[in-house]
Every structure is written in C-alpha cells, then in structure tokens.
Ligand binder design. Structure first.
Ligand code: CA
Ligand code: CA
Length: 163
C-alpha cells in the first residue's frame, strides 16, 4: 500500500502555525518556541521551533487548544505527531481530538505527562468521511516545572496500521 501524505507541519513557518489557530475560548495559548534550551523534533537543535506549554505558577489549572486547518476526508486518515514532556510528574495531560462540524467529541488519544524527557512518536487514526480539524489540547495540572510540547505532525491517507 502506498501512503499519501496529506499534510505536514513542522512549525518552522513562524507565527502562521501551518494555517492552524490558537483556540480563543480556552484559558491559555501555546507558545511557539525556538532558540531556547530544548531542541525541537524537526531539526534536533534549539533553533528549531515547536509549540509548548510551560509549567509555571501562572499557568496552573489552565487549558490550551491548538486547532489545525481543515482537512477533507473521503475515508480514514492517520495523524502522526511528536510530543515532548519534561519535568514534574503532575505537569498535565495532552489530548488529541478530531473536530467534525465544529464539535470536538471525545478525545481520540490521551496521555498524562510523566517525568520523561525527549520526543515521542504517536499515531492516531481519524476515521471520518467528513471534513475535520485536529485539536491538540494541553490541560495544565499542579506541576511546577517542565514543559509539554508538540512538533512535526503529519496527516496520511489510510489507517495507522499501514503507515
Ligand atoms: Ca488558547
Ligand atoms: Ca519544528
């Protein structure tokens, strides 16, 4: 089977965020970082860019959502993305939704962030025949150190078992 890459975002395009938007109805925005102390996934250097939420006192118990541009779908798709987490066990939760008709529905993928470091690859199958957006959501918890970040998301035609 041949996989067709429908979209790819590495956040190296600056503030345009690959056509995605920061949700304005939540309580926090992601920060586009680059040139800091943490290497991104795309370039593996600190000059690369990714979206992140830091654990600081101001950010506690807040939620940030990043909404991608809209993708048309005739059948199943696979979302592949990379996330990084560091610091406190209790920093927060990362979730992925497929928003259809403006409704996010239930999370398709959830991970509580543990005290790990480095980039992790994940795959989530998006099974719809309607237009959709992907939502990446971080719900901050009481942790007071570390980051949750995302980088390099791909949308492929086909289910994830075949990517
Ligand atoms: Ca927001
Ligand atoms: Ca990047």
């Amino acid at each position: 089977m041949i996989f067709i890459q429908v979209d790819f975002c590495d956040f190296e395009d600056g503030s345009s965020l690959c056509g995605g938007t920061q949700d304005q109805s939540d309580t926090l925005d992601f920060t586009l970082v680059g040139g800091g102390s943490v290497p991104d996934h795309t370039l593996g250097t600190v000059s690369g860019h990714f979206l992140t939420i830091s654990a600081t006192d101001q950010n506690k118990l807040k939620t940030a959502r990043f909404i991608t541009s809209t993708f048309s779908s005739a059948s199943v798709h696979c979302l592949q993305f990379y996330h990084i987490k560091s610091g406190n066990q209790n920093i927060g939760v990362l979730r992925v939704y497929a928003q259809i008709g403006g409704i996010p529905g239930s999370a398709l993928w959830t991970k509580s962030v543990a005290a790990e470091y480095g980039w992790y690859e994940e795959q989530v199958t998006i099974d719809t025949t309607q237009n959709f957006e992907i939502i990446f959501e971080v719900e901050r918890n009481n942790g007071n150190s570390g980051i949750i970040g995302i980088d390099d998301f791909f949308i492929f035609d086909g289910d994830c078992s075949s990517v």
